[in-house]
Design a protein around this ligand. Sequence first.
Ligand code: FES
Length: 127
Amino acid sequence: MSDSDETVELGDLSDLADGEMRCFEDVGDYGIVVCRAAGTLHAVIDNCSHADTPLSEGRFRGHTITCPLHGAQFDVRDGSHAGPPAFEGVDVYPVSETDDGVVVTLTTSAGNRDGGYGEVGARFRTR
Ligand code: FES
């Protein structure tokens, strides 16, 4: 964790079942989506890398979030994308879950965007 990393307490998420996701709109610049897959929590930026659409409005199956706008898919474990229309992945953040609740760390190194056409996405903001 670097000095500029921010930790955010999300509270008790023991009621979040496998296959469910929950949006925290006020965390980070775009909000985050916390989802549980195979018993493990994952945190992903709530913003599709293709055209800035909330991923929390999409579908979550297995370890994959599918964007509601054009169908780009992202693996919640590492933020990687499955291919077009996304040209790059999305940010993911470390999550810890204890009896005291869930904490997410907004790391400065969370970036999973590899440049290239990703910059184009900013021209097509949908929110
Ligand atoms: S905005 Fe997500 S796939 Fe286009």
